[in-house]
Structure formats: C-alpha cells, structure tokens
Write a protein that binds this ligand. Structure first.
Ligand SMILES: Cc1cc2nc3c(=O)[nH]c(=O)nc-3n(C[C@H](O)[C@H](O)[C@H](O)COP(=O)(O)OP(=O)(O)OC[C@H]3O[C@@H](n4cnc5c(N)ncnc54)[C@H](O)[C@@H]3O)c2cc1C
Length: 556
C-alpha cells in the first residue's frame, strides 16, 4: 500500500472503512462557478479532491488561495441520512502531509482562516497526530502534496503505516467527518536535440553529462547582492585565484572576468550546507546574525538548518540576503570558499548514433515546484536546457551508463516517464539494423495518453513495422490509477515466457517507489506462473540480478 500514490491511498482508505460523511458536491460546484476564467487557468498545479457519497474521487481545479474559505464554509453530506450537516460545532483538525512545506502552508492558511472565523481548530503534521484522538466531533481535513513523480511525502507514509496498524480499534474511522485536499503537480518533459559539430559514436545505454549555466537573471541578482552590500566586485572585475590560496578547478586557474566565473562555475541555486553556515559565522561581526549562523553550524542546530534550508529549498542567494551584515564582509577568497561549483548532470541518451550520427537527443523532465517560499523553485540544469535557443552551445561529455544491452536475446524494458529514454535509443538502433523486434517488450507509463506519452509516434511505428510489443499504463486516464507494475501483471504469461527463453529485464526512471513495485510484481509473477514458493521466486529474481539479467538505472 505504501507504494500507492496519495490519491490512491485516499480512495483505498475510504474503501477500507465505513466512513460516511463527505463534502457536498454542490459546495464544490458552486465554488467552481465563482472562479473567473483567469483564476481557473492560473492553477494548473492545484487541485482539490472531493470525497462524494458515490465513493468516487473527483478532481476539481480550485486555486489554492480559495481553499481556506471554501473549507471553513463547507457542509458535510451524510449519505445515510441524506442530509447536509454544517460543520459548525465540529472541531476543525487540519493535518498535512508535506515534503517541502507547500501542503503545510495551505494547511496553515486553512487553520488561520478558521481562527479568524472563531472556529475551534488545530493544525499539525499527520505523523505528529495521535490517531486515538479521532472522533466524530471533529472535521479532519487532510492536506497532502505529492512529491517527486507523484510520490507520497515521508510523513504521510508514516501516518499511513500507523493507520494500517493492527493495534488500532477497527471502528476508529466510523462516523469520521473528513475532507482531502490533494495538491498535485504536472511535470513538463522536453525532447531536446543537441546537434554535434562532428559525428560522435555512442551506444544505447550511454549517458551524456551536461554542464549547465546560471540564468542571466540569477547572475544579475548575484551582482545586485554584491552591489547592495558595498562589495567592490563587479562583472568585469578580473579574477585570478592562485592554487595555493584556495582549491580551484583547473579551468579557473587563469585570469577570468568574475561574470564568467559566476555564470559558468558557481551554482547560484545550491542549497547551503552546514559548512557554508560555519564559514559565514566565522566572518560575521553582527551579534544576532553570528549567533544564528553559529547555531545553524552546530550539531544541535541541524533540525533548524533543515527547516531553514532543505525543506523550503532556500538557495545561497536567498541566504546572503537574509544575513546582510555578514554578506557585506565577503571578498573574492571567501566567495570561493562558500560557493559550490556547478555539477554536470547526467541524462540517458534517447537517440541512436546509427540513426542520427550527428545528433544526441535527451528526454528532460523540467524540475520546477513550489515550497512555502514565494518564489517558485527550479532545477538548474533542466531549466537551463528548457530555455536553450537554437544555436546555443552545450558543454558535455559522454560516458557509459549501467545498461549493457544484448540484442540477440528477448528483452523486457520498463521505462515510465523519462525512463523510456535509454530504451528509445536501443530500439531506434535496432530499427536501423533492420531487426525484427518481436522479442522485445516495452512497458511505458505516464499520466495521460494525450498529454505526456513521450515519443509516441516512434513506439507506434516500431510496434507496427518491427513487431515491438508496447504496453502503456496511463495512470490518470481513468478513475483508478494504473501504473507499469499493473500492466506487467496483465502480461505475466508473456513475461514469464521471455524469462524462460533466457530473456533479461531492464528498468529505468524514477528511483522512488516504481523500482520496488515492479520488482515485487516480478517476484509475484515468477511465483504464480513459474509455480514457485515466495522464497524460490525471490531467489529466482536475485539470480537474474546476479547474472545481469535484471538491470536497473534510476534517478530521483
Ligand atoms: C544515470 C542517470 C540518468 C538520468 N537520466 C535522466 C533523463 O533521461 N531525463 C531526466 O529528466 N533526468 C535524468 N536524470 C536526472 C538528471 O541527472 C538531473 O538530476 C535532473 O534533470 C535534475 O537536475 P536539475 O539540475 O534540473 O535539478 P537540481 O538543481 O539538481 O535540483 C534537483 C533537486 O531538486 C529537488 N526537487 C526536485 N523536484 C522537487 C519537488 N517536486 N519537490 C521538492 N524538491 C524537489 C530534489 O532535491 C532534487 O534532487 C538522470 C540521472 C542519472 C543519475
């Protein structure tokens, strides 16, 4: 159950118990009526899920800023008595499951709004809530944001485990009044083509390491901070750092304008670490700032540092602004000490050098998300790649990835989302070699067929012309969720047949829940179709792994 997404968790929770009360559908639709078209278009990533008496989960697009008012005014529909009960008189208990603080922020808004309306209410993280206190005199509002690629936040997982605990009363959820807000996020994916100056041979499974740059806005912001704190360093200031002064990469051991260093070598998006805080605490001469920085650098200040930096994903520029007196003490040597170099990011190559020898294609999921901070967060490299214009230059290197494909044996490929990239590379290469692909299965997964079925035309063509077997899981195209593990289950006879014929399994994509869910499915499949015990099936899969017949390449 832990592997299911939040929405699935919510619906299963409903199925597993006899909860009767739910928010009224009329309230939600009247809320929708009040939205202007401008409002509606501005909320791509916020949705409210209503639990209606039909026990179906329906999604409504409502801007986050309307939610507090909506919830504190809502009525509860009781299907047994067929009446609406107002929530007046019930204690509003807002519980949030949050990884980066977005859901926490919404939960706190709801709570504050209730306080303003003199409603008795509390707010807390789901995992801090003592479930034995659940009662029918409460209205529980769960606010949960997914993280990564639709995964539940860690504190929600803890809560869910406890909820399934045997020690809880079986009638605990009876007569519970509740509502669920699911904050969702749709990730943009781009197929990016890099034109090579000359032909470069690369193989399916190879990985390209791309070195991104900071955006012009971030660079400008950096220099504005220096200027605003009277630091005499400007974009055209020539800098030469001696190796013996401080450890610098080879590329920087020459005279360069500071702008170049800032744009190309320092990651302006990086999350300051404890050591950064320590360095800043040493140079600070302001009592308050020094104390705070010292605390962040000390062992007992680590939770606070986590809440200040990691949870909201604060970057170095924001920290410098928060500590103005300390920032004004910076000089070039100290900047080299506190700034972190830009790391090249690996991407699985999605093209075939046989088919397109002068091109490399990559499938990039653009990282952008919100935290409790006002400004949206973004991923340095994926955003940079997204914003590249034709003829912009890309610095990269190519390396072997973990996959070793064998094209003379049956293969089962599982690549949801951008995980399909290395398999596209392999399949296009095989197509170029004029191979028949009837011994290849591709399991692909995404949210919606019409929205994010990447490279669909390639896979449809390969299925038609080369006999590739393609099976897709579109998780959001129906009322219930379908993931790759579910479609593997549907094809278990075929998978077993492939494995019996010396076939191999290749899996790529998100490192969160998917790899384990798929592995469990294969263990089940071997157990069922191969007629083995649980232990034998586990041994069978372990043996495949040992013999490199079960290879994975994942990222998170
Ligand atoms: C072998 C390999 C192959 C890969 N292949 C691909 C590929 O084909 N396609 C692809 O898109 N990526 C791929 N990746 C991942 C890729 O290397 C980058 O990690 C990814 O693009 C993010 O880099 P970035 O610079 O945009 O983000 P960064 O600036 O590095 O930020 C990423 C960080 O942001 C945080 N974050 C991200 N989303 C959220 C969220 N919703 N909520 C809170 N925090 C969040 C996480 O801490 C995450 O680590 C691969 C990785 C490996 C190791």
């Amino acid at each position: 159950m832990e592997d299911a997404s939040i929405m699935e968790d919510a619906s299963t929770m409903e199925d597993a118990s006899t909860m009767k009360n739910a928010s009224s559908r009329e309230d939600v639709s009247s809320m929708e009526d009040t939205l202007s078209s401008e409002d509606a278009s501005s909320v791509e990533d916020a949705s409210i899920t209503e639990n209606a008496s039909t026990m179906r989960l329906l999604e409504y697009q409502i801007p986050v800023y309307h939610l507090p008012d909506y919830l504190t005014n809502c009525k509860i529909y009781n299907p047994l008595s067929d009446v609406n009960i107002t929530v007046d008189g019930l204690v509003l208990q807002v519980l949030y499951g949050s990884e980066t603080g977005t859901a926490q922020d919404v939960a706190e808004q709801i709570w504050k709004s209730a306080q303003r309306k003199q409603r008795q209410s509390t707010v807390s993280s789901v995992d801090e809530y003592d479930m034995r206190n659940l009662s029918s005199r409460q209205l529980i509002v769960f606010v949960v944001a997914t993280t990564g690629q639709g995964d539940p936040p860690a504190n929600m997982k803890t809560f869910w485990k406890r909820l399934l605990g045997k020690s809880l009363r079986t009638d605990l959820l009876e007569n519970l009044n509740y509502g669920i807000l699911g904050l969702d996020h749709f990730q943009e994916v781009r197929l990016i083509t890099i034109e090579l100056p000359y032909k470069i041979k690369y193989n399916p499974g190879d990985v390209i390491y791309v070195r991104p740059k900071n955006s012009i806005e971030q660079v400008r912001r950096f220099f504005n901070i220096l200027y605003g704190h009277n630091i005499q360093l400007f974009p055209n200031t020539m800098v030469e750092v001696k190796k013996k002064e401080i450890k610098v990469p080879l590329a920087l051991q020459c005279r360069l304008p500071l702008k170049e260093i800032v744009e190309q070598y320092w990651d302006l998006n990086f999350k300051p670490r404890r050591s950064t805080m320590h360095t800043l605490s040493l140079i600070s001469e302001d009592k308050l700032e020094k104390e705070k920085l010292y605390e962040f650098a000390s062992p007992c200040g680590q939770e606070e540092l986590y809440n200040y930096i990691n949870r909201p994903r604060r970057n170095i520029l924001e920290v410098l602004v928060d500590f103005p007196h300390t920032t004004s003490k910076l000089n070039i040597r100290l900047l080299f000490e506190i700034m972190s170099p830009i790391r090249p990011r690996p991407y699985s190559i999605a093209s075939s050098s046989k088919a397109t020898p002068d091109k490399i294609q990559i499938l990039v999921a653009v990282v952008d998300y919100k935290t409790r901070l006002l400004e949206p967060r973004f991923g340095l490299c994926s955003k940079w790649l997204k914003n590249l214009k034709i003829n912009d230059k890309v610095t990269f290197r190519i390396q072997k990835g973990t996959f070793r494909f064998e094209d003379n044996k049956p293969i089962i490929m599982i690549g949801p989302g951008t995980g399909v990239a290395p398999f596209r590379s392999f399949l296009l290469e095989e197509e170029e070699k004029k191979k028949d692909l009837k011994e290849c299965i591709l399991f692909f997964g995404c949210r919606k067929k019409d929205k994010d079925y990447h490279c669909r035309e390639d896979f449809e063509r390969l299925a038609e012309k080369t006999n590739l077997k393609v099976f897709c899981a579109f998780s959001r195209d129906q009322d219930y969720k379908i993931y790759v593990q579910h479609i593997i289950r549907e094809q278990r006879e075929l998978c077993w047949q492939f494995l019996q014929n010396d076939g191999s399994i290749y899996l790529a994509g998100s490192s969160k829940n998917m790899p384990n869910a798929v592995r469990d499915e294969f263990v089940d499949l071997v157990k069922e179709i191969g007629k083995m015990t649980e232990e034998q099936a586990e041994e069978f899969i372990k043996d495949l792994e040992k013999k490199s017949r079960y290879q994975i390449e994942t990222w998170g």
